[in-house]
Design a protein around this ligand. Structure first.
Ligand code: ASP
Ligand code: MG
Length: 407
């Protein structure tokens, strides 16, 4: 007999019919002898609808009130799913964030979980009931309602699983699992059976939107196995777990792309100690994170260099004018911007022990005539910035080159 957390995302609870399906699935697990805790999202589209209402009232709505509105979406689904279970002859009870006591900090709209009390959940399952926990929400130290950021129900589910020591956290969604790359642009993309937390983190932070990043961090910290699977069929999905021998031998696990960054090219900065420090300190002061950074070699003649970096496109508009000021301060002649770029990345554990993986990536892109504008690496990732028009070509070519179409 296991203790299982099942999380259902917005599409999985998107209609009354689908909620009945959730109820049947939870009851089947319970009848198989397991103790079952559900974590549910708002019905699909509901959070967007609620936030849009807030924006109709105020251009910049008060963050505390935004959370008070947004949490109602999950409250509705938790109660409806509990009723659906009862309608199927089962026993269930909904639990909101403040009833479970999901303690968070007070960063409204992007709060972080500090701790979760397990007593209410254990009392509920001990009575033979299925606990239906509203995802995405918590309370701060003053009892204010908070939310965990978009996609936060994943994090609620994994954190609940960690708090109650669940054997597994199943994340039910509208896709069959985690794919080697985006199947919408690469027809030979394949479902991954098992992947490590570290690789999943790299893929998630690179824009594979299956799991909220924070949920993977928590799963890794508390060693909670995650099973990402479809709520529309019974096929096994993807197990996200700690690195083990079954993952050995995979050199590259997945290919991600991210169109969310823009390139900034600062030309003709002075080549002296402290220039990069000055430039990036000032940028950091504005609370903007930069990602890839490349400094070109200096030409002997004028002792000037160029620095290229990327930042989130959403930060670019507000950053432009003062980036130019900062750049002038370090002697730059010119600042150029390019938003038509994509960051394509290969991710895999095997890179740590195999030579030549980066070279193979560069050669593959070169063979397609794709120019690389910037490169960044981590221990298990190589990323290349290329022109956005090459997104599909680059992803497909790399997927092929690293043999990801074969299990
Ligand atoms: N309902 C929230 C959102 O749409 C949380 C979630 O679904 O994970 O972001
Ligand atoms: Mg989600």
């Amino acid at each position: 007999m296991a203790l299982i957390v099942q999380k259902f995302g917005g599409t999985s609870v998107g209609s009354i019919d689908r909620m009945r399906n959730v109820a049947r699935r939870a009851l089947a697990a319970q009848r198989a002898g397991h103790r079952v805790v559900l974590v549910v999202s708002a019905m699909s589209g509901e959070t967007n609808r609620l936030l849009a209402l807030a924006h109709e009232v105020a251009k910049v709505p008060d963050a505390r009130e935004m959370d008070a509105i947004a949490t109602t979406g999950e409250q509705v689904s938790a109660a409806l799913v509990a009723m659906a279970i009862q309608a199927e002859g089962g026993k269930a009870r909904s639990l909101l964030g403040h009833q479970v006591k999901v303690h968070t900090d007070d960063a409204f709209t992007k709060a972080r979980i500090k701790s979760i009390e397990s007593a209410k959940i254990f009392e509920t399952v001990a009575r033979g009931e299925i606990a239906v926990v509203a995802g995405f929400q918590g309370i701060d130290a003053h009892g204010n309602v908070t939310t965990l950021g978009r996609g936060g129900s994943d994090t609620s589910a994994v954190a609940v699983a960690a708090a109650i020591g669940a054997d597994e956290c199943e994340i039910y969604t509208d896709v069959d699992g985690v794919y080697t790359t985006d199947p919408n642009i690469c027809p030979s993309a394949r479902k991954i059976d098992r992947i490590s937390y570290e690789e999943m983190l790299e893929l998630a932070s690179l824009g594979a939107k299956v799991l909220q990043i924070r949920s993977v961090e928590i799963a890794m910290k508390y060693n909670v196995p995650i099973h990402v699977r479809s709520s529309f069929n019974d096929q096994p999905g993807t197990i996200v777990t700690k690195e083990d021998s079954t993952l050995e031998g995979v050199v590259v696990s997945g290919i991600a792309y991210d169109k969310g960054e823009a390139r900034v090219h600062v030309v003709g900065v002075e080549d002296r100690p402290g220039v990069a420090a000055e430039l990036f300190e000032k940028i950091a002061e504005k609370n903007i994170s930069v990602d890839m950074i490349v400094q070109s070699a200096t030409t002997e003649a004028d002792r000037r260099a160029a620095i290229t970096f990327t930042l989130a496109k959403t930060d670019l508009a507000r950053a432009k004018s003062w980036i130019e000021t900062i750049a002038k301060g370090v002697g730059a002649h010119e600042v150029r911007y390019d938003e038509d770029v994509v960051k394509v990345s290969i991710v895999g554990f095997g890179m740590r022990s195999h030579a030549g993986i980066a070279a193979k990536m560069f050669r593959t892109l070169a063979n397609e005539g794709i120019n690389i504008q910037a490169i960044a690496t981590s221990e298990i990732r190589v990323s290349c910035l290329v022109a956005a028009k090459y997104t599909e070509l680059a992803v497909r070519a790399l997927h092929d080159a690293f043999g990801l179409q074969h299990a």
